[in-house]
Design a protein around this ligand. Sequence first.
Ligand code: ARG
Length: 605
Amino acid sequence: SDESGKGGSTARSFSLNDDSLSIIEHLRSVLAIAITTAFPQLSHTPVLLTPSIKFGDYQCNNAMALAKKLKDIGIGKSPRDVATELINSCPVSPRIGKLEVAGPGFINIFLNKDYGVRAITDLLRNGVKPPKVPKKRVLVDFSSPNIAKQMHVGHLRSTIIGESICRLLEFLQHDVIRINHLGDWGTQFGMLIAHLEDRFPNFLNESPPIGDLQAFYKESKKRFDEDEVFKKRAYNAVVALQGGDPNSIKAWQLICDVSRKEFKTIYDRLEINVKERGESFYQSRMLTVVDFLRKQNMLEVDDGREIMWPDESKTGIPLTIVKSDGGFTYDTSDMAAIRHRIEEELCDWLVYVVDSGQSTHFATIFKAAKRCGIFQPKVHRADHVQFGVVLGEDGKKFKTRSGDTVKLADLLDEGMKRSLEQLRSRGRDQVLTPQELLDAQEAVAYGCIKYTDLCHNRISDYVFSFDKMLDDRGNTAVYLLYTYTRICSIARNSGEDFSNLSKILETIDITLTHDKEWKLVSTLLKLHDVLVKCSRDLFLHFLCEFCYEVCTAFAEFYDSCYCIEKNKAGQIVKVNHSRILLCEATAIVLRQCFYILGLKPITKI
Ligand code: ARG
């Protein structure tokens, strides 16, 4: 696969010694210079680079297409000759060890091991530094459940993916605004408020003990559907609420608080950090955006409603901006929100983490915002970060045995139970202190739920299965967590103090002699490439794949390279400091990735 991607650095802005560029970007710049130097006529050719597993560390695949283009302009050269000329035109790079023509004209790129040593030493001294990318002000709209309704697995996916995207973008030094676009406004509040007035007449003085808001919702819905008088009252309550009547606002707040508390327990357990800014926030802005759209002649009356077509050609599905009863819709609030985000928050990148079922909605909102001039494609970027549905083990939509939607709290409880069972079956409860056991239990339970969600391409559906998640083989959270603790135990078991890495580096040099040492190092060096790749289209499964690759490279290294040698009596006879430093470097890289993926690194399990 080609990883050259969009928006790479160009030869102009390139410094050979800029360590903050990812390796792929560095190589892309080197090869861009080579192409321009060797074939000035074709200087705008995008560089094609992929990491390679077998021959060298990376591969450049430009020569074949360049030879064809040269032939078109009357210059006959074989792809191998083109590749050789490219190699001869590469500027000397501190990161490249060797360049080689292979096969029909590939260029195999071998990294310079001295560079590897320098980069790993720097990592040990200073931790992972973020790769350089153009800074953006980005708003991530995620989680966004609805008040009084169940927060379901779709919201769980949005919560997990959204949190990780925020962490990734923050690490890349973007200015990130985390927004929970709660469904806290709309006509359902009329019936909820009317029902609250009946059930808890004293609600203004005493907080109503609504235990089960879903049941409360169902009751009021039933009355709404069956009782005309109640329906009327519900309708009036919405009008009062939207008009700012203080008692209605109070009732609405009380209802929201019940849901808010439930959501908070989930967020606390999963360590989610998101700022609440629900649909209600946009009430006044809905009025102004409707005005704005009317003035621009964007609205058209259709069967009593006011609609807006996403483009002049009037194709696709129009947005309903004002209902025939004068009320606003989900479309109205998203038009008000996109305007607020661009014009008031001054964001240049908008990210909506919402299930694929809403892709038409967002495509339409983005087009409509462009049509009326709010969204300028040259300046702004908007992504609907969509994801598939969660399936049960029967391959159907994830439900409980009785066919109800699965409560998230129950799901997390089940995860905790299953992870404790697993730890006990391995006898870990005998070895760990109660606190360590609890930490391990939580790390495994929440880690495996998050990781399963993140490690698949988010667009596809996935099957929710604790058995699969808790497998300790393959690309799972359990495998990664165990590998991480194993790595941490190596320095601990050396009998020496590895806590101050800078100090150790004063006397110990890293040496890379064994193949597997180099393989581990060259894998670690790809971290920047991977982070940049993940951020490009907001796919986190690349980072999960990378973690797995690091762990398997580590396993191979550890199998063939002694870090600590013991004699028959089990006494330590030799400590290989350089190798233990490689273990520590691996732990540093994994820790950074775990943080982004929401996994808790535990040193004992
Ligand atoms: N509350 C909505 C739902 O549950 C999701 C909101 C997503 N964000 C947005 N700006 N529309 O479907």
